[in-house]
Write a protein that binds this ligand. Structure first.
Ligand SMILES: Nc1nc2c(ncn2[C@@H]2O[C@H](COP(=O)(O)OP(=O)(O)OP(=O)(O)O)[C@@H](O)[C@H]2O)c(=O)[nH]1
Ligand SMILES: [Mg+2]
Ligand SMILES: [Zn+2]
Length: 292
């Protein structure tokens, strides 16, 4: 029987099988034979086993993967919905830019989503949109009042989407709005203990409708770049790429070189200052990493 892993916890894999039942499975054979760790989103072959208390089984094989994401760890995704809060917590655009680079590296199409628009002004919304609209699709939404949710539903249609972003930005709240039948636990960030009480700890795959899946993931708070050479970093900023052929020097890093078309575009306001500043900061970080 075939199915899809919707969650993995403590050595158990919960498989939504083609008979509509969720089986609690072990995957010992696969570890031993192929040394592959099953991931949420994996399509698998299972065999049910007798169990008095619940539907149970074994994962016998992992079907060929379309792709595997390392951060967050999921398989077979079509796109990432990168969620940041427009406010509360204040968006850390350096972390967002790191995350976008990581998705570029993993070749996953990205949609940026700023949640909690109910907390900001129209001017603040425009500023966020202007910073990213040159490079990615941007959605401004509020899981609290429903703004922009229809657009998100349309974007998700027929695809498997992983939702990723820092803790407390409303990823689980958005999941709940998109799928009223499943209620993910939502953290209360005003709670005294800093981390929030119902912070998501495991990735969970939710079937929104036929052929449309959504993976809620735990929040992250930092991300180090690796596997990128300093001189290639600009390639991970999609809005820099069209200007590069007009730079005077081949191998221009767009930092201190003269007659740099990227810096000209920046001066003309065609490249957002915040993106360029983060680029320079990250290039410096990569340079120092190499020295170590
Ligand atoms: N004002 C406002 N608050 C929101 C909105 N969406 C979510 N929240 C609140 O933000 C807090 C965090 O929401 P969660 O959905 O738990 O955030 P999360 O991204 O899943 O967090 P982790 O699971 O820790 O990664 C909760 O108190 C929500 O009620 C929104 O659109 N507007
Ligand atoms: Mg959550
Ligand atoms: Zn240049």
């Amino acid at each position: 029987m075939q199915g899809k892993i919707i969650r993995g916890i403590g050595g158990f894999y919960y498989v939504h099988a083609e008979d509509g039942v969720v089986y609690e499975c072990r995957a010992k054979g696969i570890f031993r034979k192929e040394k592959i760790k099953p991931l949420p989103g994996d399509n698998v072959e299972i065999s049910p086993v007798q169990d008095e208390e619940k539907p149970a089984g074994n994962v016998d094989a992992i079907l060929a993967r379309k792709n595997v994401l390392i951060r967050p760890a999921v398989a077979n995704v079509d796109q990432a919905l990168v969620v940041f809060a427009a406010a509360s917590p204040k968006p850390n655009l350096n972390l967002l830019d790191r995350f976008l680079i990581s998705m570029e590296q993993q070749r996953i199409p990205v949609v940026i989503c700023f949640n909690k628009t109910d907390l900001i002004s129209t001017e603040e919304e425009e500023l966020l949109r202007d910073t990213y609209v040159h490079s990615y699709p941007v959605q401004l939404i509020s899981a609290a009042n429903g703004e922009g949710i229809e657009d998100i539903q349309r974007l998700l249609d027929g695809k498997t989407t992983v939702v990723a972003g820092p803790s407390g930005v409303g990823k689980s709240s958005l999941t709940n709005v998109l799928q009223p039948h499943v209620q993910m636990e939502v953290g209360d960030i005003s709670h005294k203990i800093e981390r929030g009480r119902h912070t998501t700890r495991h990735t969970e795959l939710i079937c929104l409708r036929e052929h449309t899946y959504f993976l809620d993931t735990p929040g992250f708070s930092s991300l180090y770049l690796n596997g990128i050479a300093q001189e290639d970093l600009w390639r991970y900023f999609p809005e820099f790429v069209p200007y590069e052929p007009y730079c005077r020097f081949q191998g221009c890093m767009h930092i201190s070189e003269p007659d740099c078309a990227v810096k000209e575009a920046l001066a003309e306001g065609k490249i957002p200052a915040s993106r360029y500043e983060n680029y320079v900061m990250l290039a410096e970080e990569l340079k120092n990493a190499r020295k170590r």
